[in-house]
Design a protein around this ligand. Sequence first.
Ligand code: ZN
Length: 195
Amino acid sequence: MKKEIIVEVSARHLHISQADYKTLFNKDELTKMKDISQPGQFAANETVTLHGSKGEIGNVRILGPFRSQTQIELAKTDIYTLGIEAPLRLSGQLKDSGGVLVVGPAGHIEYKTGVILALRHLHISETKAAEWNLKHGQNIRIRVGEGESDDIKDMVFEEIIVRVDESYTLACHIDTDEANAANINKSTLGIILDE
Ligand SMILES: [Zn+2]
């Protein structure tokens, strides 16, 4: 049985706390641009600009809903552009993460921590994880470029971390640098390799 999954490309984005949003936008609620694949999550119309010692990146999109902590997820290329540093982390693990200046239309915040390079991961429901014998926190390997499109380089991504939650839609998330390495422009099919 082929364990096929969708590999989605996570472009740079941030999750934001309601208090920080108020500071940056002087508004109370995000406005939805479109839903994204994980249930309840959405891309907001609102964007911010990031500033580092070497440069700035505009139009960085906020993903809703609000979270308890602001988290800025960038690719390695982005942190070179900005001239900042950030560690490889799973979402939510912000201790000793990177800092950046975030500017919104109504204010700015100098974050000492909050910037991460997100580790690639697989979202999977408890039901599907049981069916495929996958455990929360385990590392798996996913091959892309097989058969579907000649444009995509046939590559295996190692160390994809399995995240199990009943609310999750089955999808693997990689960042734009990883996608570029395989010449993936948008979502593509991947296959989980057995050990
Ligand atoms: Zn994800």
